[in-house]
Write a protein of this length. Structure first.
Length: 297
């Protein structure tokens, strides 16, 4: 009799606990849905915005490092699908380059950024755009950081459709003087000819999912404030062919109803072919966003 009562009590406790977990998961899913719907609504009401980005980009190998510092102004009008970008300054290893000398700047940038990571490093995407193609890979979990109750979501980003896979594609190059570059081990462009200039979409046949160009695997972890339903931070992990990987960590603040990044740090390492041998290139890319100007419809 005692054993039956014990089993019955255990079953009741398990049922109650399971019900609590299910209800909590439903609340967490509702929180994400509320956040996403709110961001989409605010984004739809956005007439225009402007902001500035200061970038410090460092690539290093055993033979040394190269340091670039850049400034960008981003702006988006009511009739534009993505923000425009204008470089305001550029220094490379302490030397200032005139940003109006486009070819020289493109050559320098192409020696520092691979085609796959260029758009990520110098582009700008709102979180609601980044998370528009996500699928959960784990149950949401409630955590506490610095006394704030947050909900952590682990998500996978589905590859874009073929017509969405464009973006900046700076070409590879090799800096002189024994300085480290970040050109991946790859052949010439399909069909021959020169690589597209920095910021130009990749040509057909060189986009993810075409002719063996694999789309990178992307997973993102986000933390949303459970009380205010605001995005606090994110960590994006990107794995690309050739044992190349990046981790991008961003911090956000809400302005004009939209959660916007205020800082971003991208780090990673890449095996690269140089002079008939493979070397490992380390990347550290830091961006600070400021000067936000937001206008609603």
């Amino acid at each position: 009799m005692f054993k039956i009562r014990y089993m019955a009590a255990s079953l009741l406790l398990l049922t109650a606990f399971s019900g609590t977990v299910v209800a909590q998961n439903r609340d967490h899913q509702d929180l994400f849905r509320t956040w996403m719907e709110g961001q989409r609504s605010s984004f739809a009401g956005l007439a225009s915005f402007r902001m500035h980005a200061d970038v410090r980009h460092v690539v290093s190998t055993r033979s040394g490092e190269r340091v670039a510092e850049m400034g960008f102004d981003f702006s988006r009008g009511d009739d534009e699908s993505r923000p425009g970008r204008e470089m305001t300054f550029f220094t490379l290893d302490g030397d200032t380059l005139d940003v109006s000398e486009r070819r020289r700047v493109e050559r320098s940038l192409s020696s520092l950024m691979t085609p796959e990571i260029g758009p990520l490093l110098t582009g700008f995407h709102l979180p609601v755009q980044l998370l528009s193609r996500v699928r959960p890979v784990a149950e949401p979990m409630e955590v506490e950081i610095d006394g704030i109750r947050l909900v952590r979501y682990e998500l996978r980003i589905a590859p874009p459709n073929r017509d969405q896979s464009g973006g900046g594609r700076p070409g590879g190059g090799r800096p002189g003087g024994g300085q480290p570059g970040v050109r991946p081990p790859q052949g010439p462009p399909i069909g021959g000819g020169r690589r597209p200039p920095f910021g130009a979409p990749p040509p057909r046949g060189q986009r993810p999912g075409e002719n063996g160009f694999e789309a990178p695997e992307q997973r993102v972890t986000i933390w949303i404030d459970a009380e205010s339903a605001t995005l606090v931070r994110s960590q994006l992990q990107i794995r690309m062919p050739g044992d190349r990987a990046l981790v991008s960590e961003s911090v956000y603040a809400r302005m004009g109803g939209i959660d916007l990044p205020i800082s971003r740090v991208v780090s990673g390492s890449f095996p690269m072919q140089r002079r008939l041998r493979t070397v490992t290139v380390a990347l550290q890319h830091e961006t600070t966003f400021s000067g936000f100007e937001i206008a609603t419809k």
